[in-house]
Every structure is written in C-alpha cells, then in structure tokens.
Design a protein around this ligand. Structure first.
Ligand code: HEC
Length: 120
C-alpha cells in the first residue's frame, strides 16, 4: 500500500502543472494579453507585467478585485480581476515574476541601425 501511494505521489509531482504554467494558461485563457501583450510586454498605456515584483502585482490584482482603483484608467482592470481566486492571482503573479520568453529563438532581429543615414 505504501508503495502504491508513493507511486501516486511521484506521478502527481511529475505531471502536476507548475504554478508558472497555470499562470501562463490563465493569462491566455482570460485574454489578458489583449491589453498587456503576448509577451506580457505591455502596449500603449497598458503596463508591462513580465519580470515585475510578485508582491506588488498581487497587491494590485487584489485591490482591483476589491473594486478599488486609483484612477479611471485603472478601473478598467476591475472587471478582469473580478473572478480571480487567490490561487489564480498566485499563479498569475508567479508567471509574471518569472517570465521567460520561450519564443525568442524565432523572433526577428529588429535592431535598428541609423548609421549612414546622416543628413538625408
Ligand atoms: C482591456 C484591457 C486590459 C485587460 C484585458 C487586462 N488588463 Fe490589466 N491593466 C489594464 C490597465 C488599463 C491597467 C492600469 C494601468 C495604469 O495603472 O494606468 C492594468 C493594470 C494591471 C496590473 C497592475 C500593473 C501595475 O503596473 O500597477 C496587473 C497586475 C494587471 N493589469 C494584470 C492583468 C491580468 C492578470 C489580466 C487578465 C486577467 C489583465 N490585466 C487584463 C488593462 C487591461
């Protein structure tokens, strides 16, 4: 019996999704990317979330969930934070804080050189 439970423990620890993966799934499922970007890099007036402090981001999400915002711009977030559980927030902020770009290999080199263009 002990061996069986050990087996299950091993099975679940190997196959259970990490907090990071759950956060990533949630981010896509809830379409957070439509404002905060596919790489959590932000766009326009929507802040970037990648590699920012977990504590700060969860503080903000919990405030939005409690329908608190400091300005009209932030009020937009209240709707999106409404149905997040504490666990969701924990997973999301783990994902943000530890964000790694796994599409890097396929991205363009978009560095922009201005040399040779002087005066034209
Ligand atoms: C319709 C656009 C929109 C969507 C969708 C959206 N957000 Fe936001 N988010 C905002 C805006 C606007 C702010 C506030 C920017 C400001 O402080 O001026 C914000 C702020 C935040 C902040 C606080 C960042 C900071 O710098 O204070 C977090 C964390 C966040 N959003 C997470 C999420 C998550 C998680 C989701 C998906 C469940 C999501 N957002 C979906 C627009 C959006």
């Amino acid at each position: 019996m002990r061996l069986v439970s050990l087996f299950f423990l091993l099975f679940f620890s190997l196959y259970a999704k990490s907090s990071y993966e759950k956060g990533k799934e949630l981010y896509n499922q809830k379409a957070c990317y439509s404002c905060h970007g596919h790489k959590a890099e932000g766009m326009h007036r929507y802040p970037y979330l990648a590699n920012r402090a977990k504590g700060y981001l969860s503080y903000k999400l919990k405030r939005f969930r409690a329908k608190q915002a400091d300005n009209q711009q932030q009020e937009m977030m209240i709707t999106f934070a409404q149905d997040l559980s504490d666990e969701d927030i924990d997973n999301l902020t783990t994902f943000f804080a530890n964000y790694k770009d796994d599409t890097q290999k396929e991205s363009y080199d978009d560095s922009f050189y201005t040399e040779g263009d002087g005066g034209s």
